[in-house]
Design a protein around this ligand. Structure first.
Ligand code: 9MR
Length: 765
């Protein structure tokens, strides 16, 4: 930013000669820590620039400098309470409630005695707040003012230009600028910055006022005990008025979120630092952000963010050194030689890891290298994604990238990070990879090569916590650290959520955090991927803890206290399984249904799981001592079986849980039986096909499938129950599945989880 400094030139322009636009925005300006030897000088600058500000004064200094205090007041500035002796009053201080009360009382009293007016705003010294302090401030009828738009002018090495750019970079309508009339460094820097800030903001259309005046302009009456980082926008009294999440997880694991460099110094950053203690750059530390062109590293944005996060006392996790996305093509384009690709990878990893050394606690060294649901998880090499790095280097790029990272920053924990790790096949492939590489490299810098596994955790309402638990246990058994790195839970569509979805989403968050608490000893960090639904990468599915206005959702309270959330909401969450009846009898299976079916009750298969409402139908069941017989009649189908994926073809699926134990994963009594309209079959597990017989008959847009399904583990008895469900897959004219209808299980998870199945009663009369 090119700014003209010094000589008071900006201020003279500001006075008369310059034509500013008619202001459309308002911002407050405040100065902490006076009165002091600089008071007169600062007052002169403000007078010259026609600015009225809020001064947060220290009680003891008011007592020693009554004249200066009166001067501030008579020149039309507002005075706030900044404690009596600048002692630590919040979480970092030692003052008890009585001492806090006395400090605030004495300050307000001396300000009133000197100026005749009692302050209504309080700012905590060092921005150090606590619940006790908030309670006292509330009792005294004052509002709290946070660090809205901070110049960070107390920092030792900061220049006037940096103070200015900190403020101009974060300025926003309703913001409150924080500067200091006195601090341990050179206060002149601040005083020099003021006219420039005022001038630049006025050019942008801001009116610059005191905190009280800002509230008036915004039509807000500040509430006692509420902390305001800005006034008159959606953020007030909301996200920043909830109990800090991180305090619920002290001594358990770090709790994090993501941000971008542009959020530094904004009210969003205040919310992030209130609730979280570790930050991941959502995009700013990915390869394409740091080395878009070969050899040209662009660290400025990421550095700005990382330094601000560290200055706030939070930690930083690095994301990500090697990935198949958001990486420039030159690194590993098609046809590149193995050695050149290795050089590119190593140069990137070395430079980046060395650059952030000491500032990040850990790195996602390799991101998303394993394919989805790998068919042969025992062979992790065969399970590797055919990514550009893989194609250019081969499967040993995995070991290579970890070794390079270890050398460049031996202090950082090195993570393998991936999504869908609740899928047991994918989890197993990752497990095998980490196990082999750690066994092969047991001592790199005193420890095995890979320190941790990151389960991203992009989940949905139907994510089964039991599968998450299985994977967690698997990784923990490797002796590595576990982190949940990108947690979000989709619930709803089109940026809308029903009341039920809000509670269900909370329940999934609560279930997961209960689980994380159980394994806290093995968990390093749980990070949410997105502060609010509006800024989430999956915004339409509203997956975060805060809504678009930064108001805490039920999900927030679920994370804050999972146990009480479940206790308070369990009634709302019960969803009863449907119950149907199977009649007794042995039909002949063939293209024309046996007349025996005529007296069997039909169950509707008409609950749609996707937006498109295509093929649906009915199901009937018969049973005898050996088999279950099923007849599915499908209507309204555009018959198509072009897809190589059998589940995308027009087909019906029957799910059976013989012992009705509703386990969240398949055991030997469970099976999935799929038949398409052409009577082609597929089974899960494949052994379920033994003894199975089916027939199919098509009539225009309808078809009928009959099946004989042998019981595998039970000898059925009258009046007993089995778990049962039916699904109808509808393909589009292009051969892509566009519609799914079910009888009972709306989770979409029937293929691996029997807990949502309906129940079939076996009747014999
Ligand atoms: O949230 C990120 C989004 O802003 C980017 O556009 C996207 C680019 O691929 O990456 C998102 O973050 C991803 C993360 O880096 C790795 N795991 C999946 C995340 C969601 O896509």
């Amino acid at each position: 930013m090119a700014l003209v400094l010094g000589g008071g030139c900006a201020s003279r322009e500001g006075q008369g000669r310059h034509q500013y636009p008619v202001p459309e925005m308002t911002i407050a300006i405040s100065f902490d820590d006076g009165p002091s030897e600089k008071t007169e000088q600062l007052l002169a600058v403000l007078r010259e620039n026609n600015v009225k500000a809020t001064f947060f004064l220290v009680g003891q200094l008011v007592e020693n400098n009554p004249e200066k205090t009166r001067l501030i007041f008579t020149e039309g500035h507002e005075i706030g309470n900044h404690s009596y002796g600048f002692e630590g009053l919040g979480k970092n201080g030692k003052a008890g409630e009585a001492a806090i009360r006395e400090s605030l009382r004495a300050t307000s009293a001396i300000i009133k005695e000197t100026t005749g007016k009692e302050p209504v705003y309080f700012r905590a010294p060092n921005l150090d707040y606590s619940d006790t302090l908030t309670g006292v401030v509330k009792d005294m009828g004052m509002s709290l003012i946070g660090a809205g738009v901070s110049g960070r002018d107390w920092e030792a090495d900061i220049s006037t230009e940096e103070i200015i750019s900190n403020i101009l970079g974060a300025a926003k309508d309703g913001g409150i600028i924080l500067l200091h009339e006195r601090h341990s460094g050179d206060t002149e820097r601040t005083i020099r910055a003021v006219p420039v800030i005022v001038h630049e903001l006025r050019l942008r259309g801001y009116e610059i006022v005191s905190v009280g005046e800002l509230a008036k302009k915004k039509g807000v009456s500040p509430e006692a005990g509420i902390r305001y980082d800005s006034i008159g926008n959606a953020m007030n009294g909301r996200a920043d008025n909830t109990p800090p999440l991180k305090e619920s997880y002290i001594n358990q694991f770090l709790i994090g979120n993501v941000m971008s460099p542009g959020e530094t110094g904004t009210p969003r950053f205040d919310i992030l630092s209130r609730h979280f203690n570790v930050i991941t750059a959502e995009n700013a530390m990915k390869p394409s952000s740091l080395q878009r062109e070969k050899g040209i590293f662009t660290f400025e944005q990421a550095d700005r963010m990382v330094d601000a996060v560290l200055a706030q006392g939070l930690k930083v996790h690095g994301h990500t050194l090697a990935w198949h996305q958001q990486s420039p093509d030159w690194m590993n384009h098609e046809g590149i030689s193995r050695s050149e690709a290795m050089e590119n990878l190593s140069a990137h990893v070395k430079t980046v890891a060395a650059h952030f050394k000491g500032r990040v606690i850990s790195w996602d060294v390799l991101n998303e290298a394993i394919i989805d649901n790998p068919p042969e998880p025992a062979d992790w090499r065969a399970s590797l994604r055919q990514s550009p790095w893989y194609k250019a280097i081969g499967p040993d790029y995995v070991e290579f990238v970890f070794k390079t990272a270890r050398e460049a920053d031996p202090g950082a924990k090195l993570y393998y990070n991936d999504y869908n790790l609740d899928n047991q096949n994918k989890a197993l492939a990752v497990y095998n990879m980490v196990r082999e590489l750690n066994e092969k490299n047991p001592d790199t810098g005193g420890r095995p090569l890979i320190d941790g596994v990151g389960m991203q955790g992009h989940y949905r309402l139907n994510t089964n916590t039991d599968n998450v638990r299985l994977s967690m246990e698997r990784f923990i058994s490797l002796g590595v650290e576990l982190s949940i790195t990108e947690l979000d839970i989709q619930a709803g569509s089109d940026s809308r959520q029903t009341d039920r979805q809000l509670v269900e989403q909370g329940a999934v968050y609560a279930g997961l955090f209960s689980l994380f608490r159980e394994y806290a000893a093995h968990i390093g960090r749980v990070s949410i991927w997105g502060l609010d639904d509006g800024s989430s990468w999956r915004s339409a599915a509203s997956p975060c803890l805060f809504d678009r206005e930064l108001k805490a959702k039920p999900a927030f309270y679920a994370v804050l206290n999972p146990v009480s959330f479940i206790a308070e909401n369990s009634i709302k969450l019960i969803r009863e399984a449907k119950q149907g009846e199977a009649s007794y009898g042995t039909p002949v299976i063939g293209p024309n249904p046996d007349p025996l079916w005529n007296n069997v009750p039909a169950l509707p298969v008409d609950q749609y799981l996707m937006a498109w409402q295509g093929a649906s139908g009915t199901v009937k069941a018969l049973w005898d001592e050996k088999n279950l017989y099923v007849l599915v009649q499908v209507h309204n189908a555009e018959l198509n079986k072009a897809s190589p994926n059998t589940y995308e073809q027009d087909s019906v699926e029957v799910f059976i849980d013989e012992d009705n134990q509703k386990t969240s994963f398949f055991r030997k009594d469970d099976g999935q039986y799929r038949v398409n309209f052409d009577n082609e079959t597929s089974f899960n597990p494949p052994s379920a096909g033994t003894g199975f017989v089916s027939a199919a008959a098509v009539r225009e847009k309808s078809y009928t499938v009959t099946m004989t399904i042998p019981f595998k583990t039970i000898v059925p008895a009258a009046d007993s129950f089995i778990g049962f469900d039916v699904q109808i897959n509808g393909a589009s004219a292009q051969g892509i599945r566009q519609s799914v209808a079910v009888w009972n299980d709306t989770t979409g998870n029937s293929f691996q989880d029997t807990s949502g199945y309906g129940v079939l009663k076996l009747i014999k009369n």
